[in-house]
Design a protein around this ligand. Structure first.
Ligand code: NAD
Length: 483
């Protein structure tokens, strides 16, 4: 059997090694259902070793000055750039997205390390005027300590780098548990960290299903922070576990983004843009536009153009050029999406595009780009995150009505609005309950901007000027001069 990467191993304390009990598991290409390699299945002993290694790494890294840290982080960015093709290919074969989109993910990852290479030198403290002349009062920021990071498979490299890069910038060490579906791509990033000169133990990677890995890391008192990207369900479980040792948390959880399309827009243009954005990464994007609410005067035109564009998207193996939509990453997700579509149709939603496994692909977990018109508000599709290639289109008549629907779920990650009216743009953007709002754009996340949710979509921000803050503790020092 082929390895995914020459170093398809755990990374603990700077050593690439198998799981201590020799366990490993198969990694499968979702486009072909073929086994493409294996990764070690780490257990409790490996997790404990990783925590000890991270403690040693922390002692060294937190004392490394920011200018040196900055140079190391910049070297990581350069190495990822040099290896961009091989990393993108790993992403595609492990989780299915088309190669050009995988390359886009790698570019966004390079940007992140570049951003945090600068941020590490910009952790500004504060001097606070004292009440007495004999005092000096100041605030400094210190690394929180060892970080445990758990991520989903949909942007394997970017999601983990949103945790590694700020941790390194803040002077923390980190134990990463990438999604079991896409371990090789994260190991390739860890290899860049090592080759860039990150000291042993500062970045550690444990691959495998969560079980013992997460329970061991969550119980370890020296793990001071947990950062998680994944579903609300698992996020809540980790929050409960974190309470026992009072760990700090960043929670990047699910979304079900509404898109409000006002009557004044060029419907043709917005519908075309929407259909392309919706199905990027097979719709497996936490910030994916999903619930389209279109003004009743334009809804049928919008639906017609959207469905036509969705129907023309080329579905297939992401390694083939010109493929626009790959497979879903797992059989389980494909089956879940099928269930949501069936439920919506049983409640009278009209299927205007897709809705099936593509007839020309008999292997792989594919599902056609699907559009449902007028689904009932109580269908599961309208209340549960679909995390797949399905869009819904509903019509609205008044602002109050559409805002109530858009904000009516417990999700609050991304939301979008399309209008040419400045007044409507402001009114709608202000009223939407979301951590990220796009006005006439679906770009929701950049290295230099803060990304994260409100309500049950989570808390904490990744990227931007806030990204490093979650990895730092504030220390107030009150110094009095005795005479
Ligand atoms: P998931 O919560 O099932 O899994 C996410 C990660 O957590 C995986 O690596 C998984 O192995 C791990 N995990 C699962 N059970 C666990 C447990 N009991 N203990 C510890 N770890 C466990 O989610 P998923 O279906 O893999 O990913 C999709 C979800 O991720 C969606 O809800 C999506 O919106 C969310 N997501 C959020 C963001 C964001 O930035 N807000 C980004 C991408 C994905």
């Amino acid at each position: 059997m082929k390895k995914l990467d020459p170093r398809s191993s755990l990374l603990i304390g700077g050593e690439w090694r198998p799981a201590s009990n020799g366990a490993r598991y198969d990694v499968v290409n979702p486009a072909t259902e073929e086994i493409i390699g294996y990764a070690p299945q780490a257990g409790a002993a490996d997790a404990l070793d990783a925590v000890e290694a991270a403690d040693r790494g922390l002692q060294k890294w937190r004392r490394t000055d920011p200018w040196t840290r900055s140079k190391v982080i910049r070297r990581i960015s350069r190495l990822i750039d040099e290896r961009r093709k091989e990393i993108a290919r790993l992403i595609t074969v492990e989780m299915g997205k088309p190669l050009d989109q995988a390359e886009g993910e790698v570019q966004a990852t390079i940007d992140l390390y570049d951003w945090f290479a600068d941020e590490t030198r910009r952790v500004y403290g504060q001097v606070i005027e004292a009440r007495k002349p004999a005092n000096r009062q100041y605030v400094t920021f210190e690394p929180v300590g060892i970080v445990a990071a758990f991520t989903a498979w949909n942007f394997p490299v970017l999601l983990m780098s949103r945790k590694i890069a700020p941790a390194l910038a803040a002077g923390c060490s980190i134990v990463c548990r990438p999604a079991e579906e896409a371990p090789g791509a994260v190991l390739a990033i860890a290899a860049c960290c090592m080759d860039a000169g990150v000291p042993a133990g500062v970045v550690n990677v444990l691959t495998g299903v969560p079980g013992e890995i997460t329970s061991t890391l969550m119980a370890a008192p020296s793990v001071r922070k947990v950062t998680f990207t994944g579903s609300i369900l698992v996020g809540k479980m980790l929050m409960r576990q974190a309470a026992d040792t009072v760990k700090r948390l960043t929670m990047e959880l699910g979304g079900h983004a509404p898109v409000i399309v006002h009557s004044d827009v060029d419907v043709d243009r917005v519908a075309q843009m929407s259909a392309v954005s919706k199905y990027r990464n097979g719709g497996q994007v936490c910030a994916a536009p999903t619930r389209f609410y279109v003004h009743e005067s334009k809804a049928d035109d919008f639906a017609r153009v959207f469905a036509e564009r969705a129907g023309r998207l080329k579905v297939g193996d992401g390694l083939e050029s010109s493929v626009e939509v790959g497979p879903m990453a797992t059989r389980k997700r494909r089956d879940a999406v099928e269930g949501l579509v069936e439920d919506a149709m049983s409640k009278n939603a009209k299927l205007i595009s897709g809705g099936r496994r593509p007839a020309h692909l008999n292997r792989g977990w594919f599902f056609e780009p699907t559009v449902l018109l007028d689904p009932a508000d109580d269908s599961r599709m309208m209340t549960e995150e679909p995390f797949g290639p399905v869009a819904t289109i509903n019509r609205f008549s008044t602002m109050d009505e559409v805002i109530a629907k858009a904000n009516g779920l417990e999700f609050g990650l991304a939301a979008y609005v399309f209008t040419n009216s400045l007044t409507k743009a402001h009114e709608t953007a202000d009223a939407l309950e979301a951590g990220v709002v796009g006005v006439n754009t679906f770009v929701a996340s950049l290295a230099e901007t803060p990304f994260g949710g409100t309500k049950q979509s989570g808390f904490g921000r990744e990227g931007g000027f806030l990204g490093i803050r979650d990895y730092l503790d504030a220390k107030f020092t009150n110094m009095e001069f005795l005479d």
